[in-house]
Design a protein around this ligand. Sequence first.
Ligand SMILES: [Zn+2]
Length: 354
Amino acid sequence: FHLSGTVTDPATSSQPEIICSVSVSFDRCKITAVTCSCGNKDIFYCAHVVALALYRVRKPDQVKLHLPISETLFQMSRDQLQKFVQYLISVHHTEVLPTAQKLADEILSTNSEINQVHGAPDPTAGASVDDENCWHLDEEQVQEQVKLFLSQGGYHGSGKQLNLLFSKVREMLRMRDSNGARMLTLITEQFMADPRLALWRQQGTTMTDKYRQLWDELGALWMCIVLNPHCKTEQKCWWLKQLRRWNSVDVCPWEDGNHGNDLPNLTHSLPQGAHGNQELRPHRTVFTRAIEACDLHWQDRHLQHIIASDLYANYCYHDNQDGSLFDTRGWPMWHEHVPTACARVDALRSHGYP
Ligand SMILES: [Zn+2]
């Protein structure tokens, strides 16, 4: 559905008053697209979009509801339709006239593509239930900003800006917003494309600690994403494919980084054992742990009970034959390699579990 309005940005000492036309499309409680005539390009919505959205939230009865435009047109007679179109064109003639002419030509030509399909699109109508719906994210803008921050090499507060982007991803995960993974993919792609990686590898120089920390956070966020207890198998497969692709790139930073001490292997306590690609590749990269984490599951019944309830204890659960599931006071226990269990906790926290 569609919400539109004009927002007045009052004059300040440095700028005159601006009047912006804003339009927001939304679908099942999510904003799926925004446009604003202020032309601000940023990852975050401009103040005018936020103002219009808040207005709608706070004063729902002040915003007049309209039927989808296709329904309204359906009620019009031939003469009303003629009037409607002519008025529309005369109000916006500079913007819509070229399109109006082109459409008119196409409609009058029997062989045109437009005449091969029945009906017409209606941007004011809601999407169908099966359609994917997710929050509007300006992908190009994310790429541009990350590229810019990386090119500034940690100066002019760019490291801080990148950390802010990472916290934005964490916030999205907490809200269970599917854009979190999308945004992290865009960020990772820009990180992998950083020309300094090849240069450093060539010269054998190490990256700065600050930059190193950014890569570590990137790896940690991917762990959280693949460990999402709600994620679908096909989604996980897609992420795994992506992670393997980055992992196999020659300049991909190593996990041991500058210091040469490997972090504990996440899966060495798992029945699956070591990963095949470790034998091919002696160095673990920043993505190795996330790749290994793709093998972890949440299906264990005991684990599910632990997560679901604080009150889960021995007295409400009776098949504790071997005594390994609960301690002597009846509290549940979870036996797993500690770093693995910690990774689970981080993932649960980041996906909004208390
Ligand atoms: Zn704006």
